[in-house]
Write a protein that binds this ligand. Structure first.
Ligand SMILES: [Zn+2]
Length: 130
């Protein structure tokens, strides 16, 4: 019950493709070199206007993780996942961070969507649990 209050971000941000709810600030973008099984995915320090699903273990190319799916509060669409626990020491930097699938969101760069050359190679994941 009650009204849904959405947090508004200022400046450059990523928003839901379906309902335009603001989701993440580009200042919180850590890496663009991730992949889900549906395409490019971005790693963020924090996101807003999301709800989280049930914890589950998922096997990815870089190891086993405990993750929760994240959903837009505006329209309920699945936009990515959050890493809760990484099994590998070298992957612990992802804990508490969020993945947003690129094709689910509109970004500050959506008008001229180009492959970035930011040189960040943090070891992308493929969500290969099928
Ligand atoms: Zn939405």
């Amino acid at each position: 019950m009650g009204r849904l209050f959405l947090i508004s971000l200022e400046g450059n941000f990523y928003s839901c493709k379906h309902c335009q709810a603001h989701l993440a600030h580009s200042d919180d973008l850590i890496s663009k070199s991730f992949h889900s099984r549906r395409g490019k995915a971005y790693l963020f320090n924090k996101v807003v206007n999301v709800t989280i699903g049930e914890k589950e273990e998922r096997t990815m190319t870089t190891g086993i993780y405990t993750v929760v799916d994240i959903f837009c509060v505006g329209c309920g669409s699945l936009i990515g996942w959050k890493y809760e626990v990484a099994s590998e020491k070298s992957e612990e930097y992802k804990e508490g961070k969020y993945i947003i699938e690129r094709f689910k969101v509109l970004g500050p760069d959506s008008g001229h969507y180009v492959i970035s050359h930011d040189g960040q190679l943090l070891g992308g994941d493929s969500d290969d649990d099928v």
